[in-house]
Ligand binder design. Structure first.
Ligand code: JCF
Length: 672
């Protein structure tokens, strides 16, 4: 289908604007438009590309969402080896580094160094042809890495298009990493959905970049900071490291420029190192040291390289945030789903400024892997997550009196039997009225992201539980002022506030309630998908396994979890009680016939009665979806004049084809 000139121009203009605003946001941390305005531009671009798929290029701003999964990663050779850095571990090592350099240069002048934070992530190389992203690869062994181009394209912080006269050919190196707050959030979400958590942000980053399905990478909060060059053609390069970093930023690449420090001599390097060690605890991301580079490219060239490391740079590592301490005992924590997690009670120890007195042992596989016993001396480490980890047992310190960590047979909170399924790594409490499960379920229910009952924190919940005022989630909605007055330090104003907050939660959207119920594997994201599709708890609770499985992103594990939840009389009773207490989430009105629910529509050709995005809104309002391409999964193709390849493909596959008139008629019938 020929693309009208005006459309092509508009598409180019939208691409330009989106690339530019992405650069302002990610590259400069200085957005000039709101997220909503950005989304509006992006949606307009997506609509054009849906109409004219030929507009889609690999570097279109639309491609951030991730393309289709890969069968595997190809290998890519780096034109110039990606060097690693030699390590220094002390101030003495830094002085030795400086002395070696001055000896090599036969110089008695001080050498100027650039100090950068050493980010703890994954090193990658980006290749740009004429300013357009061509390839991205991991460092690998330094000579050959893996082609992660499709995944790299999903990172907002990696420009798809460079700005301001980029070179004809540019290889740039940087560190991909994840900040601590999104890392903790990601782990929290994985815990909620019953998935394994990541040990630290670096593992989370590596795991995210190695996804074969780029759409999964797109959902991970990754960013990058660039720090070096590979081969470059067609540009006059700056003459030192600092100016080079500045140049990279001008081209649109993300550089942590604010944290680099230009040191006039090695003494200033040492000062900066001490300073950074202290600042480390306050940073929003993990660093494991400081990189020191001879600033002048001329001197760098003179110094050259050893086999795999440059002579002109060194990584001065920070001591790991580890300490030795002793496991005094083990306690068992009961989670919302009854999962019992072993936690080590430690002899309190200061780990680089933070007192640590317990560490999660995660599960019995982990206990077996580490071989931990009660009484053992262990190394604990703070590795990004809030709770520290035990990294190893100091077996040399064993006395012979250490005791194995027993797997509980009964729930520590309610005494009910616990059961560990064949493929599970933790036992679960089977008690129907376990107070620990109830406590965690309540905490989850009232939390932000769920029913968001402000002010009702852990301390108040514990008192409500202790006084027997709440024995089920539904009891929250029958509390009155007198009940609250029984709690410590409760006054008129606070009681009123809490009652209002509880009352306000009665009308939360369905997705919040569904998430708040804490059904296994149903995190916030799936709760949204399910509430869009089914519209009400009634519909969802009556859905068959096939109907559930026909839902976008719902697999057997999730379908079975929902079926189990809705077949338990206790849960049905809870829903009944919530309903009786006036908890009536806003629900979407699904058409009576429901014929269009989850059907897939493709719009093609020049539509005259409505725009593509209006068409999309119309079908989504009826629980259906719009897609950009025709496949076996397509139910209807709505074709306007001039429809081409998509129409042909639909005919080939025997898909129902509608003109605009027929489409509008279909929607109308469904509403009646
Ligand atoms: O932040 C880092 N992890 C980092 C690694 C920073 C640098 O400036 C590096 C590096 C690895 C090699 N520079 C080289 C040459």
């Amino acid at each position: 289908m020929p693309i009208p000139d005006a459309t092509q121009q508009r598409h180019a203009e939208l691409s330009r604007q989106l690339h530019h605003h992405s650069y302002l946001y990610h590259g400069l941390d200085a957005p000039q438009i709101s997220d909503a305005e950005y989304d509006a531009l992006l949606r307009e671009l997506l609509a054009l590309e849906q109409q004219y798929p030929d507009l889609i290029t690999p570097n279109s701003p639309s491609q951030r969402v991730g393309s289709t999964p890969l069968p595997g990663f190809r290998q890519i050779s780096h034109r110039l080896p990606m060097l690693s850095l030699e390590n220094a571990f002390s101030v003495a090592d830094l002085h030795a580094f400086d002395a070696r350099i001055r000896r090599f240069l036969a110089s008695d002048q001080p050498v100027e160094y650039l100090c950068e934070m050493k980010l703890d992530g994954v090193a990658i190389e980006l290749v740009y042809h004429a300013g357009r992203l061509q390839h991205a690869s991991t460092r690998g062994d330094g000579l050959v890495g893996e082609d992660i181009t499709a995944n790299a394209r999903t990172l907002g912080a990696i420009p798809l298009q460079l700005q301001h006269q980029p070179p004809a050919y540019l290889e740039v190196r940087g560190e991909v990493y994840m900040e601590l707050a999104p890392f903790r959030q990601l782990n929290q979400q994985r815990r909620e959905e019953g998935e394994k958590t990541f040990a630290n942000p670096r593992n989370a980053t590596a795991g995210s970049l190695r996804q074969l399905d780029p759409r999964l990478t797109a959902a991970r909060p990754l960013t990058i900071s660039c720090y070096g060059l590979g081969e470059v053609e067609g540009a006059n390069l700056p003459t030192n490291q600092l100016d080079m970093l500045q140049q990279l930023r001008t081209w649109g690449l993300r550089v942590n420029l604010e944290t680099v420090f230009l040191a006039a001599d090695i003494d200033q390097v040492v000062q900066r190192y001490q300073q950074l060690r202290a600042e480390r605890e306050q940073l929003p991301f993990e660093i494991d040291g400081m990189v020191v580079k001879v600033n002048s490219f001329g001197l760098q060239q003179e110094l050259g390289e050893k086999s795999r490391t440059p002579r002109w740079a060194i990584a001065c590592k920070f001591p790991p945030r580890q300490q030795q301490t002793r496991v005094e005992s083990v306690r068992y924590q009961v989670g919302r789903t009854g999962a019992i997690t072993p936690v080590a009670n430690l002899e309190p120890v200061n780990v680089s400024g933070v007192m640590v007195s317990s560490a999660s042992l995660h599960n019995w596989d982990e206990i077996a892997r580490l071989g931990i016993r009660i009484g053992d001396t262990v190394i604990v480490e703070r590795a990004g997550d809030v709770i520290p980890d035990v990294v190893k047992v100091v077996t040399e310190k064993r006395t012979g009196n250490e005791q194995p960590i027993p797997e509980p047979q009964f729930c520590p909170a309610c005494g009910a039997k616990v059961v560990r399924g064949t493929d599970e790594v933790v036992p679960r409490c089977q008690g129907l009225d376990c107070p620990a499960k109830l406590r965690e379920a309540l905490k989850h229910f009232v939390a932000r992201g769920a029913m968001d009952i402000e002010g009702l924190g852990e301390r108040l919940l514990d008192q409500l539980l202790a006084l027997g005022l709440v024995t089920s989630i539904a009891d929250l909605y029958t509390l009155n002022k007198e009940d609250f007055f029984k709690l410590e330090r409760m006054g008129e104003v606070l009681a009123e506030k809490l009652l209002t907050a509880i009352n306000n939660s009665r009308q939360r959207p369905l997705e919040k309630l569904l998430f708040g119920l804490g059904i296994r594997h149903i995190g916030a994201h799936l709760a949204k998908i399910l509430s869009r599709k089914f519209g009400s708890l009634q519909h969802l609770s009556k859905a068959s396994r096939d109907e559930l499985l026909a839902t976008h992103e719902v697999g057997p594990q999730i379908a079975d979890s929902l079926l189990t939840f809705f077949s338990d009389p206790k849960n049905l009773d809870l829903l009944q009680r919530l309903n009786a207490a006036g908890v009536r989430p806003e629900t979407l009105q699904l058409p009576a016939g429901d014929r269009l629910a989850d059907k897939v529509f493709v719009f093609t050709g020049a539509l005259e009665r409505f725009s593509r995005s209006e068409g999309q809104q119309m079908v989504e309002a009826q629980g259906a979806r719009a897609s950009g391409s025709v496949s076996k999964k397509t139910d209807f193709v709505v074709a306007g004049p001039g429809a081409g390849s998509k129409l042909a493909r639909a005919e080939q596959l025997g898909i129902t084809i509608l003109n605009e008139e027929q489409f509008l008629q279909l929607l109308k019938e469904d509403e009646s």
